[in-house]
Design a protein around this ligand. Structure first.
Ligand SMILES: [Zn+2]
Length: 236
């Protein structure tokens, strides 16, 4: 399996907030890490700035943020808060999977107060199948199967989100915070204290595993299946 990790978010900034420190950890270990944003998230435009101007700014911010994390950034041209569940979008994402060849995808949890976020894992799930099946001819790109996908933690997607995996990101957290500072909305939004929340979240998740900082992941429903000859942690 190739060492590629893909993080798919609904809006520029989502994937970085949710899994930016994990991304940095894997980039440092030699993985090619890419953030794929389905929209720029341009409708949270600051006072005095047009939606189009903010779209351009957010794409620039996403590239600066990814650079700090040692990753690449790609933004598709769908419109913020207008994502639909369509074969056209699934096919676009499936082509990205075939081109980028991720071993695994990280994306939003399935329940969210934001409809774009809730759609994202459904689109990823369908694109996973479409990218893998050789019967789909997608611009002649070779089929690509991956291990699957995991969900990451976002303040808007917390209904039913109980983390399964805690990743120790103590050594990456300062880089993560520096990367987040590239986004205007994370540092200056009046709607939500993004920076404070995610710094605190990394802290409490770290406390849970007796480390300084952690970020969490969750298996898809029904996917947390462990294979073994004994009860984990209880030797026979
Ligand atoms: Zn979002």
């Amino acid at each position: 399996m190739e060492k590629n990790l893909l993080i798919v978010g609904a809006h520029c900034g989502d994937g970085e907030l949710q899994a930016g420190a994990i991304a940095n950890k894997y980039a440092k270990a030699g993985y090619h890490v890419t953030f794929l944003h389905l929209t720029a998230g341009e409708k949270g435009n600051p006072p005095g700035m047009s939606v189009e101007e903010y779209r351009k700014q957010k794409i620039e911010e996403s590239e600066a943020c990814a650079k700090v994390l040692g990753a690449d950034s790609m933004t598709l041209d769908y419109r913020d808060a207008e994502l639909t569940f369509s074969d056209e979008i699934i096919t676009r994402i499936a082509k990205c999977f075939r081109k980028l060849k991720p071993a695994l995808v990280i994306t939003h949890w399935v329940n969210s107060m934001h409809p774009d976020h809730a759609l994202c894992p459904r689109l990823v799930n369908h694109a996973w199948l479409k990218a893998a099946l050789p019967g789909f001819d997608l611009d002649g790109l070779p089929p690509h199967g991956m291990k699957g996908y995991l969900h990451s933690e976002n303040w808007e997607d917390m209904e039913g989100y109980v983390p399964d995996i805690f990743i120790d990101v103590s050594d990456e957290f300062n880089t993560y915070l520096e990367a987040l500072s590239k986004y205007w909305f994370i540092m200056h939004s009046k709607d939500f204290r993004y920076y404070d929340y995610y710094k605190a979240l990394g802290t409490i998740r770290g406390c849970r595993i007796k480390k300084q900082y952690a970020q969490t992941l969750k298996y898809p429903a029904g996917g947390n299946v462990r294979v073994g000859q004994e009860i984990p942690g209880l030797s026979l």
